[in-house]
Ligand binder design. Structure first.
Ligand SMILES: [Zn+2]
Ligand SMILES: [Zn+2]
Length: 192
């Protein structure tokens, strides 16, 4: 039985195995050398994967979302502003109703007072005048009572703000930026 010699030039050692990388029968020493050469090719990949990992860790979610957070904030402020506007309008509406009622009675009071002053200046009055003034003052007090006891029923309904008021759509270019981080490594090639 003849012994195979290592296929490496100038090597006289006995071939111990068929090296799958070069398809030659080689000795154990050269088999280890071939294996080491292969292993050394892994080093750049270690650097690359570390660099990708570092790049991923360096992504600042806060910075990426800053602009969109600002847009959401603007929407929130605009929505609050709408509520504030309705609040102001309704407050003024209530105030206007009361002011109109008070102004109307003020005019009525001044009219009666003018009548009394006029009658005093003329130094003459009749039973009819007295009855008329009495009736007017009596009606005035009734009106003032109704103002003092004024009652409103305020109907409020919850605002219908549904989730669809704000919709988030992921743009293609943003997706490309994020996924490109992983494109340098094709894991399908690492099967052997
Ligand atoms: Zn080999
Ligand atoms: Zn050899």
């Amino acid at each position: 039985m003849s012994q195979l010699v290592c296929a490496t030039s100038n090597c006289k050692r006995i071939a111990r195995a068929l090296c799958h990388c070069c398809n030659k029968n080689i000795c154990l020493l050269h088999l280890k050398e071939h294996n080491d050469a292969f292993l050394s090719q892994l080093n750049p990949f270690t650097d690359e994967i570390n660099s990708a990992d570092y790049r991923l860790d360096s992504i600042d979610i806060k910075v990426l979302l800053q602009e969109y957070h600002k847009q959401l904030e603007e929407w929130r402020k605009a929505s609050y502003k709408t509520i504030d506007q309705i609040f102001d309008e309704k407050s003024k509406e209530l105030q206007r109703i009361l002011i109109e009622k008070i102004d109307k009675q003020k005019i009525e009071i001044n009219l009666v007072r003018d009548t009394i002053t006029k009658l005093n200046e003329e130094a003459e009055t009749s039973q009819h005048d007295l009855d008329l003034i009495k009736t007017k003052i009596s009606r005035l007090h009734e009106n003032l009572t109704s103002i003092e006891q004024i009652s409103f029923k305020i109907h409020t309904y919850p605002l219908t703000v549904d989730d669809n008021a704000v919709q988030i759509e992921e743009k293609k270019d943003l997706q490309t930026i994020l996924s490109s981080l992983f494109k340098t490594i094709d894991f399908a090639d690492l099967s052997s």
